[in-house]
Design a protein around this ligand. Structure first.
Ligand code: C2E
Ligand code: MG
Ligand code: MG
Length: 765
């Protein structure tokens, strides 16, 4: 037991004083020599006085002690209060473990951190450990074991909160030892660092993003000195960290923007705190490039500007692809010429700028018979040709014009300065001329012509649609007038188009109303002038417009699909007529019927022909079918098979309009045809046109060398017939011999005269 010095001192003092009192007071009484009754009375008084004195002494001592005790108690609770407040303020909890009993005290702040009460957390390490995150438990307990040998302790772990979540806890403590070095107390504080951990995580992530982002980031201080950059900044600009830190962003200026541009940026930053836009900067290499940049002002807690942060991306590639996309959207990939979209835009602008004093022109250029090239030689050759035509036309046009490929084999030309008809015609002629020379492509030598439709604006039209529609009508006119020519838009063309629509609808009733007629044109043997056959040619007896030639309605019938029915009807009529001629015994030896490429392409022609022959009772050998060169070459394999089947029926086959298509000689050789009909366009110039003469001679020689007969179409003059006969041409057809006529007069004349047509002599209509 420890002896308290103050208590001992007090006790000894009391002992001495009491002893002195007892000894001295007794002596003093004896010395007074009083009576025994007085003596006894004084003895009692003395004893009472002693008790009073000692009681006063005790009171004084106790009072002093109580005052001191209260003072100390107050100081202690003030300290405790301070400690509690400090812990509360720092959101810390206190733990205190008595090493002897292993009991742990957890402060209220501690349990508050976990949202539980002190009873739930308990007072033992085991119970406390049940609140640890299972992943942390073992590590934490081990660390505590180790720390029990060391003076300082620190640990971070997760503890379960009452709401089920886990909180990150940081614990710090100290082990206190007894005087003889034994662990006495293990005491410390904990704080919830969940938010700090989250912030740290976010910061770490932000730093990773900052480093890894593809965008360049640049941070300057308030004085615009660069204080921070990310790796992407260096990659884009070429400047390393060391080269750029401390510099100002002015180092990156490209010189492309004026001072006003930068002032606008600063104005926006002052007003809105941000700026975003496209800016051209200069890399370290000197290269100027576009970037998309956003700048933001950062303020400190006092609201003063502390930093500027700029984030930017290099949009060189984007710009390039934008340009490429724009180019693709406005150009034709095959010819690299502007496409319809760009052409229409340019025509729109030209139309806006144009006036009667400064008119403009649009020319639509369409290749003639391009389809045949595509189909006979393949799309590759077709593509090569389109490209070559584009290049040729480009060379032929004056500068300042727009040449576009509008699709397929159609090109458009815009001349916005010159809208004079005479000049436009001259230009169209130039273009046609530029296509005259052959195109040598992929070992083929190809000839192609074009038809051109011309529309003048604002003379003919005041809207783009109308300009293009007019040019289209003009083109149609050029095509109908024999191709390889140009035509201007006129109002009549529109009327013509309207008429065409009307014709198309009334053609449907032509059948029911029995308005179709078959005319017959004689085919002559050129050697003796004898009629050998008749070609059946359809006519339409239109109720209002009179007799219409096939050129007016066959294209319409081809478009609306009626051509098959018309052909079969003509076939039947012709066969019946041939049977009648046969019965009169003086008729021709065969009748020729035209077959449209559409009916031919359907493939079942042989069945139809067999049916008509059976129904009419005509001998197959008395029927000749005329198929155009292009119909045969459309699909040569199918044509070969169909012609072979037709031949097997016993009918004869002729190739019509020979020379206008693109026959492959190799294929022609294998076709079971027996006649070539030389197209009238090569007969027209005979005998004087040397080119026509050469072609006629070549076709006759070719036909004969393939074992075929040759008939020349469109013979209008005796000298043409003579010339062709001298070339060895077998047969002839044309106005010189006779025009197409209805069957009755033909029959009559034919029947009336034993030799109806004088050899090589004209037959009057
Ligand atoms: P095509 O088969 O080549 O018929 C010959 C055309 O030349 C006929 O015109 C005929 O009238 C014309 N012609 C004959 N001799 C001369 C002449 O000396 N000078 C001139 N300038 N022309 C002459 P058409 O009757 O107008 O027929 C035109 C085309 O219409 C025919 O050409 C043929 O391709 C087609 N066609 C006629 N009838 C039919 C038919 O029933 N069905 C089909 N699919 N097409 C037909
Ligand atoms: Mg014909
Ligand atoms: Mg013909």
């Amino acid at each position: 037991m420890r002896i308290d010095a103050t208590a001992l001192r007090l006790t000894l003092g009391y002992l001495v004083l009491a002893a002195l009192w007892v000894l001295l007071s007794d002596r003093f009484l004896l010395a007074l020599d009083l009576s025994s009754s007085h003596q006894e009375g004084l003895q009692s008084l003395k004893g009472l006085l002693f008790v009073i004195l000692t009681a006063a002494l005790l009171y004084t001592t106790l009072r002093r002690h109580t005052i001191r005790y209260n003072e100390k108690k107050q100081a202690l609770s003030a300290n405790e209060e301070r400690l509690r407040l400090a812990l509360e303020a720092s959101h810390s909890g206190l733990w205190d473990m008595d090493m002897a009993s292993q009991r742990i005290f957890f402060s209220e702040c501690y349990t508050d951190l976990l949202g539980i009460d002190q009873a739930t957390l308990g007072h033992t390490r085991e119970q406390w450990a049940t609140f640890l995150h299972p992943d942390d438990r073992e590590r934490v307990l081990q660390k505590i074991e180790v720390s029990l040998q060391l003076p300082d302790y620190q640990n971070t772990y997760r503890m379960r909160h009452a709401d089920g979540s886990y909180r990150w806890i940081h614990s710090r403590g100290r082990l206190l030892f007894t005087a003889d070095g034994k662990p006495m107390r293990f005491i410390g504080v904990v704080s919830d660092i969940t938010q700090r951990r989250t912030d740290e995580d976010s910061l770490r992530q932000a730093a990773a993003v900052f480093d890894a982002t593809q965008e360049g980031v640049l941070v300057t201080d308030a004085k615009r000195r660069i204080v921070h950059i990310n790796p992407a900044f260096s990659r884009i600009t070429g400047y390393s960290r060391d080269e750029i830190i401390g510099q100002t962003p002015g180092l990156l200026k490209s010189g492309r923007h004026g001072e006003a541009f930068y002032q606008d940026i600063w104005k926006s930053l002052r007003k809105h705190g941000t700026w975003a836009g496209e800016i051209w900067n200069r890399r370290k290499s000197g290269e100027i490039y576009p970037q998309w940049q956003s700048i933001r002002v950062i303020h400190d807690t006092q609201g003063n500007i502390s930093h500027y942060v700029a984030v930017f991306s290099d949009i060189t590639a984007l710009k390039r692809s934008q340009r490429e996309l724009d180019y693709l959207a406005h150009h034709d990939p095959l010819s690299n010429l502007p496409n319809r979209l760009l052409f229409t835009e340019r025509v729109t602008h030209a139309l806006e700028r144009s006036s009667t004093e400064q008119p403009g022109t649009v020319l639509l250029i369409d290749l003639d018979h391009f389809k045949h090239i595509n189909e006979s030689l393949g799309h590759n050759v077709g593509d090569l040709l389109l490209r070559a035509v584009g290049e040729r036309l480009l060379k032929a046009i004056p500068s300042g014009c727009t040449l576009a490929r509008l699709g397929g084999d159609e090109f458009g030309l815009l001349q916005d300065q010159c809208g004079e008809a005479a000049l436009a015609a001259e230009l169209a002629q130039q273009l046609l001329h530029s296509l005259e020379a052959p195109f040598c492509l992929d070992s083929h030598e190809l000839y192609i012509s074009a038809s051109i439709g011309i529309s003048l604006f604002p003379h003919d039209a005041d809207s783009v649609e109308q300009v293009l529609r007019n040019a289209d009508s003009a083109l149609f006119k050029a095509k109908s007038s024999g191709r390889e020519s140009f035509a201007f838009y006129e109002q009549e063309l529109t009327d013509y188009a309207r008429q065409r629509v009307e014709l198309a609808s009334s053609l449907r009733h032509a059948f029911e109303n029995e308005e179709l007629r078959v005319f017959y044109q004689p085919l002559h043997d050129l050697r003796d002038g004898q009629v050998v056959g008749f070609e059946a040619l359809v006519r339409w007896q239109h109720p209002e417009r009179g007799l219409l030639p096939p050129g007016e309605f066959i294209p319409i019938a081809e478009d609306n699909g009626m051509i098959g029915a018309i052909d079969l009807w003509v076939l039947e009529q012709a066969c019946r007529q041939m049977v009648r001629w046969d019965q009169s015994k003086s008729g021709p030896s065969f009748v020729a019927v035209n077959v449209s490429s559409r009916l031919f392409g359907r493939g079942e022609l042989d069945l139809r022909v067999a049916q008509v022959l059976a129904e009419t009772g005509l001998a197959p050998a008395k029927l000749e079918l005329e198929v155009t060169e292009s119909a045969v070459m459309d699909d040569p394999a199918a044509a070969l098979s169909l012609l072979t089947r037709l031949q097997a029926l016993g009918v004869r086959l002729a190739i019509d309009d020979f020379g206008t298509g693109y026959s492959s000689l190799a294929r022609l050789k294998r076709l079971p045809v027996h006649k070539l009909k030389l197209d009238q366009s090569f007969v027209r110039g005979l005998p004087h046109d040397s080119e026509d003469a050469a072609i006629a001679r070549a076709v006759i020689t070719l036909g004969h060398s393939l074992g075929l007969k040759v008939l020349a179409e469109g013979i209008e003059a005796a000298e043409q017939a003579e010339f062709l006969r001298n070339l060895g041409c077998d047969y002839g057809q044309g106005y010189h011999f006779g025009r197409p006529q209805p069957a009755a007069p033909v029959t009559a004349r034919h029947a009336d005269e034993s030799n109806p047509v004088p050899p090589l002599g004209p037959l009057a209509d």
